[in-house]
Write a protein that binds this ligand. Structure first.
Ligand code: FES
Length: 354
C-alpha cells in the first residue's frame, strides 16, 4: 500500500547547471517500505509559498546501492523542480511516498539478455537505475545506451556513465547523441533522435535475433520516434518498456461521450474503509471527487503519467480520458487511473488497497 513518510535529505549533488540529485535517508524501520525495483519513482510532497506540491521523480540508484537517490531537472516555470534545485538543503525533511512504477523487467542472474536503452535528457534517470542494476545482477547480460542531449555539458550523469562504460567495456556500449556537440562527431551521433536516426542506430547496433529488452524514456517526440521504429521492426510489444513524464506530454483529452453519461453512486475503498458519493460522468474525476469526500486518495501528476492514483474497479465501469501509465494487461485486469476516470454505469466501486 502506498504511503507518505517524512524522510531526511541525506545529500544534494549538483549534476548539471539545471539538475540536482537528491539522496534520501531511510530509517531502519522503513527499509522494507522503501525497498525499490530498478526504474521505479518516488513522489515527493512539499509546500512552496503555502501551496502543496506533489511531484514524481525517478530513482537513479541501482537496487544494490546502499542509497535511494532521485534526480530533479529544472523545468521552466516548474514550481517543484525549481524549489528542489534552488532551495532544498541536506538535513531538510520532506514527505516521500513509497516507491511506485512498472518501468522494469524481472532480473535473473542466469539471463543472457541484451538491454537496449534509449534516453533523452532527464529520461536517463530511471535508465541509470536499470543499467547499474543489470550490470550488478546479470553478469551475462549486455547493455547498449543511446543517450540524446544538447551537448556534453548538459548531459546528466555523464561522468558516472563514462566510468561505468570504461569499467564494463565488454558488456556496456555507450553512445551519446548530441544536438550541438562541442567536439566533432560522426553524423549518426549528431542531431536529435528522429525516426530516421533511430532506424539507423538500430540497424547499426542491434541484432533483432538477440534476446533484446527495450527501455525508452525522454521527451515524447523522441519516445514516439523510437517506439514507431521498433514497431516497424516488428519488435514484440511485450519487450518494449516506455516511461513518460508529465512535462513531455501534450495529448488531447478523450472525454466521456454524451451517450455514456450517467449520475453514479461511486464507492471508493481505502485502508479497508468504504466512502460513497454521487458523481456525474461529466463532472470531476473519481480521484478529485474522492478527495472532496474526505478520502486521502493518493496522487501526484494528475496527468495520466505516474500511476500514483491507480485503483482497481471492483464493480461497474469507468471511462479513462487518458492513460500513459498503465499497461494493456493492467487495464484488462480492471486497473484505472482515478485522476482520469469517470463513471459510466450507475454504480461504480474502486479499490485503492489492491
Ligand atoms: S496522479 Fe499521476 S496518473 Fe493519476
Amino acid at each position: 500500500m502506498v504511503k507518505f513518510h517524512k524522510l531526511k535529505v541525506a545529500d544534494i549533488r549538483r549534476e548539471t547547471a539545471d539538475c540536482v540529485s537528491v539522496a534520501l535517508e531511510v530509517p531502519a524501520s522503513l527499509k522494507e517500505a522503501y525497498k525499490f525495483i530498478q526504474g521505479q519513482y518516488l513522489t515527493l510532497k512539499f509546500f512552496v509559498n503555502g501551496e502543496e506540491i506533489r511531484r514524481s521523480y525517478s530513482i537513479c540508484s541501482g537496487i544494490h546501492e546502499n542509497e535511494m537517490r532521485v534526480a530533479v531537472k529544472k523545468v521552466q516555470g516548474g514550481k517543484g523542480s525549481n524549489f528542489i534545485n534552488d532551495n532544498l538543503k541536506s538535513g531538510n525533511e520532506i514527505e516521500v511516498m513509497t516507491p511506485m512504477g512498472s518501468f522494469h523487467s524481472p532480473m535473473n542472474t542466469s539471463h543472457r539478455k541484451n538491454y537496449v536503452l534509449f534516453a533523452g535528457g532527464s529520461g536517463i534517470t530511471p535508465l541509470l537505475s536499470i543499467l547499474k542494476t543489470v550490470l550488478q545482477t546479470e553478469p551475462q547480460s549486455t547493455l547498449i545506451l543511446f543517450y540524446g542531449n544538447l551537448n556534453e555539458e548538459s548531459t546528466i550523469f555523464k561522468k558516472q556513465l563514462d566510468e561505468l562504460s570504461q569499467k564494463n567495456s565488454a558488456r556496456f556500449n555507450l553512445h551519446y547523441i548530441f544536438d550541438k556537440p562541442a567536439s566533432p562527431s560522426e553524423d549518426i551521433y549528431k542531431g536529435i533522435i528522429t525516426k530516421e536516426k533511430a532506424k539507423t542506430l538500430f540497424d547499426k547496433h542491434i541484432s533483432p535475433d538477440a534476446d533484446n529488452e527495450f527501455f525508452i524514456c525522454g521527451p515524447k517526440p523522441m519516445m514516439d520516434n523510437v517506439r514507431e521504429t521498433l514497431e516497424e521492426k516488428k519488435i514484440d510489444q511485450a519487450i518494449i518498456h516506455v516511461e513518460y513524464f508529465t512535462s513531455s506530454i501534450d495529448a488531447p483529452d478523450n472525454p466521456v461521450s454524451p451517450s455514456e453519461k450517467v449520475i453514479a453512486q461511486v464507492t471508493v475503498v481505502q485502508y479497508g474503509k468504504e466512502t460513497t458519493f454521487e458523481l456525474s460522468s461529466g463532472g470531476k474525476a473519481i480521484l478529485d471527487a474522492a478527495i472532496d469526500a474526505g478520502v486521502d486518495a493518493p496522487f501526484a501528476c494528475k496527468g495520466a503519467v505516474c500511476a500514483t492514483c491507480r485503483g482497481k474497479v471492483l464493480e461497474g465501469k469507468v471511462h479513462m480520458n487518458k492513460n500513459f501509465a498503465l499497461t494493456d494487461t493492467e487495464v484488462a485486469e480492471g486497473f484505472i487511473l482515478t485522476c482520469q476516470s469517470h463513471p459510466i454505469t450507475p454504480v461504480v466501486k474502486v479499490d485503492y488497497d489492491v
